[in-house]
Ligand binder design. Structure first.
Ligand SMILES: [Zn+2]
Length: 598
């Protein structure tokens, strides 16, 4: 039985998509899209990759027809996906989702040639079309698609790589997942012997009792130690595999595929990382303050996330709604209006019920419809912040509906801008309302620590990956070498403010991002610093800033992040831009110091 909370009964209304899983419109949509896909193939197959390239008008009409087709194709899939998320235990939901996925794939395959022909077109012809005036609304989309061209293998090679990957790198990733999820961490808690999972023991690093944290830390690394040879071998093999594929695909360095996917210039990322390092001293002075607050001479690694007071205040769903809408209204009335739609028109599924997917998300596709939000609301402040976060996404999707489908989707570095910004608005609003000094300090410290985890720690992780890749290019990596890279990257961050407790040298060994998505971590740094810079601008300029921020959200994915941010007056390659975010972090830490001193 799921607990009854103040959100019980708050469920979404999906009837804007379809009336029910039995709605005949579902099949009607799919049949119509299939017929259109066949007609589209009849008209366009073999007409894009032609000598001299197609006429701009022909390409434009094709893109527009495809957008309409994808939009229609998206509706049944989104409906089935939301039904499934709402009740994953119902077999009919799973079946519907699989059925629709299969039909979607078949229809998608009918029109895939259009994209492939665009990629196969001679470079000069493609360039001419990208520059054509009539194709201007799609020029960034067309240009971005072509970025994959220099890194493609032949069709036969791609097929071979795909098949070999199943027993190659994917098998090593699976081994990592199976190994780390089967590990048991024996721990005596409250007089009871328990065998904890990795997730459960990591959660204990936030326990208020220092003895518990210390015991959990020791157990965590003692168990990891027994697996360190295997974990190092897995990581070493995956690095070697990636280095080989990068060479075959003509990538000049291991981070390049990620930069291309993120649509950001590599120089901007390097500049960002250097600025983060120049600001490690903020973290160190916060850690010294925290040691004082905990009455410790110095923090150990396992003290970093020790809670400072109680932040998990009780808050009902409706009270959270009122706070969020009030905070949004104070920022910009339009934000309140859009967020109100989600509440009034039942676009949010907030109750906790058996079978419902955990966590939270906002689904904004396709742009011709409106977004939906799923959260599991259990009456605490953290859940209220999750609602604010998802509403930020919702507002972003709503505003970006001005764009056509190919220009709608935000690139990854900007994908969390509106959501984290919305959290920031609500956080500052709450802070302003909190009278009690201890509560205020607890709220502030938890925000500061969240920011540190996103900005500083993810930067450390990226530096470690760089060092590991550089080391592997020379020879096979041992656990000791990986530990050395790890401690060195961490040392710069912690300085003399936090003791790198014995055992921590294996901190690299369980991080899933290193295994699943190499060099992903810097995207978090990018996203958070951008939000802090935007927030700093807002505090500096007040209302004058808002129209430019709205324009950024309305632009969706119609341009590269660098271009969109230039319109806001931000230069990603300038260290001063990245420093703006740290000014905000400094402000928050100074505030905490001031509150703690009294
Ligand atoms: Zn998010």
């Amino acid at each position: 039985m799921a607990p009854t909370t103040s959100a019980t009964g708050i469920t979404w209304d999906l009837s804007d998509l379809y009336a029910s899983p039995a709605d005949p419109q579902l099949q009607t949509t799919l049949d119509a899209v299939q017929a259109e896909a066949e007609a589209f193939a009849q008209t366009y197959r073999g007409t894009i990759n032609v000598p001299g390239g197609p006429a701009p008008k022909h390409l434009l009409e094709g893109l527009r027809r495809l957008e309409t087709l994808y939009d229609q194709l998206g509706r049944p899939a989104v409906y089935a996906g939301l039904l499934f998320a709402g009740d994953t235990a119902k077999p009919e939901n799973r079946n519907l989702e699989q059925q629709i996925e299969q039909r979607n794939m078949a229809i998608y395959n009918l029109v895939l040639f259009f994209h492939l022909e665009w990629l196969d077109l001679r470079a000069e012809d493609a360039q001419r079309l990208i520059a054509a005036e009539s194709l201007a609304p799609y020029s960034y989309y067309l240009l971005n698609a072509r970025k994959a061209v220099p890194h493609k293998l032949t069709e036969a090679e791609e097929k071979l790589v795909n098949e070999k990957d199943v027993t190659g790198n994917q098998a090593w990733v699976r081994l990592f997942t199976e190994l780390t999820s089967s590990l048991e961490f024996p721990l005596e808690l409250e007089g009871e012997k328990q065998a904890l999972t990795l997730d459960a023991i990591l959660t204990l690093m936030r326990h208020p009792d220092r003895n518990v944290r210390q015991k959990a830390f020791t157990t965590l690394y003692a168990v990891l130690e027994t697996q360190s040879q295997t974990l190092a071998y897995i990581y070493n093999t995956l690095i070697q595999d990636k280095l080989m594929m990068d060479r075959l695909r003509n990538y000049s360095n291991p981070m390049q595929p990620r930069h291309l996917a993120n649509q950001v210039p590599p120089e901007a990322v390097e500049t960002m990382m250097e600025v983060v390092e120049q600001n490690y001293d903020i973290a160190q002075s916060y850690f010294r303050l925290k040691a004082k607050m905990l009455n410790l001479p110095k923090l150990e690694i396992y003290d970093q996330h020790a809670p400072l007071g109680e932040v998990a205040a009780h808050i009902t769903y409706n009270a959270a709604r009122d706070v969020i809408l009030e905070a949004f209204a104070a920022f910009e009335p339009q934000f309140r209006e859009i967020a109100s739609l989600f509440y009034e028109r039942n676009w949010i599924d907030a109750e906790v019920r058996p079978g419902k997917r955990g966590g939270g998300f906002c689904s904004g596709y396709p742009p011709s419809n409106h977004p939906y939000i799923l959260v599991n609301y259990t009456d605490n402040m953290q859940d209220a912040m999750t609602v604010a976060h998802e509403l930020g996404h919702g507002i972003h999707f709503w505003l970006a509906r001005k764009q056509t489908l190919f220009n709608f989707d935000t690139s990854l570095p900007l994908a969390e801008t509106a959501s984290v910004f919305a959290e920031m608005i609500v956080f500052e609003h709450l802070l302003g309302q909190t009278q009690d000094k201890a509560d205020k300090l607890a709220l502030l410290c938890s925000k500061i620590q969240d920011i540190f985890s996103t900005v500083f720690r993810q930067n450390v992780l990226t530096r470690f990956e760089q060092a590991a890749f550089a080391g592997r290019a020379e020879n096979r990596l041992t656990p000791e070498q990986l530990s050395e890279c790890w401690l060195e990257a961490n040392q710069r961050y912690y300085g003399t403010a936090v003791e790198q407790t014995k055992g921590y040298e294996l901190g690299w060994s369980y991080i899933p991002h290193f295994i699943h998505t190499p060099f992903y971590c810097y995207s978090y740094v990018f996203g958070e610093l951008l939000v802090l810079a935007l927030y700093g601008k807002y505090r500096e300029e007040g209302k004058a800033f808002i129209p430019r921020y709205v324009a950024l959200l309305e632009a969706g994915g119609s341009q590269a992040p660098e271009t969109l941010l230039k319109d806001l007056g931000f230069d990603l390659r300038d260290p001063a831009f990245w420093q703006l975010g740290f000014n905000e972090i400094r402000r928050l830490v100074a505030w905490a110091e001031e509150l703690a001193a009294v």
